[in-house]
Design a protein around this ligand. Structure first.
Ligand SMILES: Cc1ncc(COP(=O)(O)O)c(C=O)c1O
Length: 283
């Protein structure tokens, strides 16, 4: 089955999918995106992803390219045409095509592109069983990280550094020495007494849908949760560390900046929360 992409109203072969060189996404990173996981034909956190998409669009005064219901139909049709039951949808909206000039163009029509790819739950599972390493890097991003903008250069640089150092992710550190989040993940620690800590949603971080869904699931569990920034020192001395995202779900972290967390194996709380999240995805 050949891969199909969606570009501005048309389903086209993936290799031929293209937007104009004067698309403002290409020239100014003037656009937003979403990544939505699909597990066994279920779009995980769909409403949260669409709410966040609409919020990002509103914040940047970009018109929605279509209403919510038709957009949901396009996502399903794209999955159908690609024969995907478990995978990821990538969806991007830009302000559209216009002669290059900084102010918002008057009549540009927003561009909507979507791609879908298959992912392997078994691979994610293997990674979770082993745990991953992260490094810390300075957070050099802009002040509106709550907007899921396609302007991801600092995130790209952070992740590249992680890869070069043999790590899976880079946790970014603000000017006061507190972790903001990963390059494409939210960061969590478990204190020695079992308390879970993650940074509160604000302009400092992207409010991850996986993070929000996990917080909701935790409301029915017997965990103490603190929504507050945590320092690099707390990270290094945590009982457990894990990260959340649409593609990693709940992923245990076993090493930070070369130092083992706990006994260097995924901790029991991280494992339990991963199981809770898996259960939520599968039901
Ligand atoms: C900077 C950043 N933080 C956190 C996340 C995790 O968000 P979600 O759980 O919605 O995938 C992402 C996902 O792309 C991200 O780019």
């Amino acid at each position: 089955m050949s891969r199909i992409a969606y570009v501005n109203g048309q389903y086209v072969p993936h290799q031929e999918a293209a937007v104009h060189i004067e698309d403002r996404g290409y020239q100014f990173a003037d656009g937003v995106y979403e990544v939505i996981p699909i597990v066994a034909n279920k779009l995980i956190g769909e409403e949260g992803h669409l709410d966040r998409l609409w919020r990002s669009l509103d914040e940047l005064q970009i018109d929605a390219p279509m209403k919510r219901k038709p957009l949901q139909l396009v996502m399903r049709e794209l999955l159908r045409q690609n024969g995907i039951e478990t995978g990821l949808i990538y969806l991007q909206v830009t302000r559209g095509v216009a002669p290059r000039d900084h102010p918002f163009p008057k009549d540009a029509v927003p561009s909507l592109v979507m791609t879908a790819k298959r992912t392997s739950l078994a691979k994610a599972e293997a990674k979770a069983e082993e745990g991953v390493a992260v490094i810390t890097v300075p957070d050099i991003r802009w002040a509106r990280r709550d907007i899921k903008s396609v302007s991801l250069l600092p995130n790209v640089l952070a992740k590249q550094k992680a890869v070069e150092e043999g790590a899976y992710e880079a946790f970014q550190v603000d000017d006061d020495g507190f972790i903001t989040e990963g390059s494409s993940t939210n960061a969590w620690i478990v204190l020695q007494d079992g308390t879970l800590v993650t940074r509160p949603a604000s302009n400092d971080i992207l409010s991850g849908i996986t993070r929000a869904d996990l917080l909701k699931l935790l409301e029915n569990k017997d965990f103490k949760v603190e929504l507050r920034p945590f320092s690099v020192d707390e990270l290094l001395n945590a009982r457990e560390v894990f990260l959340t995202s649409s593609s990693s779900y709940v992923q245990p972290v076993v090493q930070v900046d070369g130092k083992s967390i706990g006994n260097g194996k995924p901790g029991s709380i991280s494992n339990e929360l991963r199981a809770v999240f898996k259960d939520y995805m599968n039901n």
